[in-house]
Design a protein around this ligand. Structure first.
Ligand code: CA2
Length: 156
């Protein structure tokens, strides 16, 4: 049987606070809820998922660097670092993996400073505004781009 492609799913600063405040912006699911949804969905797609969160830019850079040669894909919600971090962009540009950027909120309907994401320059696809479902959409998109181990899904 073919080995499940390894996917690294990274969450940036403050996303550990999901479900506690601002549900009107970010929804009511906690990060643990999203993690459970993602694991179940990844399993169905034949992907092996490693789900992480950090409030530290350096730690995220280190995780991206370590993904080189190991992970077929990266899904990343960089949080506020989307709008500030050339360091995360550079790390993503240097890694050989298919990258999907995801945001819970529609960053283009929000404050002007959220409209630009440095990370988008390294992303093969960007999903925003679908809440927690966006994470599942990101995994679907990745599976289509890199191929999971489940061959029975009909591709339209
Ligand atoms: O919409 C997204 O997913 C964001 O990446 C979330 C970031 C924000 O800085 C980006 O512009 C868009 C913020 C995540 C903070 O999440 C919290 C959730 C509950 C309570 C406090 C923070």
């Amino acid at each position: 049987m073919a080995k499940a492609p390894k996917i690294l799913l990274l969450n940036g600063p403050n996303l550990n606070m999901l479900g506690t405040r601002q549900p009107e912006v970010y929804g009511s699911a906690t990060l643990a809820d999203i993690e459970a949804m993602c694991h179940a969905h990844a399993r169905g797609l034949g992907l092996a998922l490693d789900f992480r969160q950090s409030n530290s830019e350096g730690e995220i850079v280190g995780w991206v660097q370590a993904a080189h040669g190991k992970n077929a894909g990266i899904v990343i919600n960089p949080g506020a670092y989307s709008h500030t971090s050339v360091a995360i962009l550079d790390a993503l540009l240097a890694v050989e993996a298919t990258i999907i950027e995801v945001h819970l909120s529609n960053i283009h309907r929000r404050e002007a400073f959220r409209h630009h994401s440095y990370v988008s320059q390294a992303a093969h696809g960007v999903i925003c505004g679908f809440g927690a479902t966006g994470y599942l959409m990101a995994l679907d998109g990745l599976a289509r781009l890199i191929g999971g181990t489940k061959k029975d899904e009909k591709k339209v």
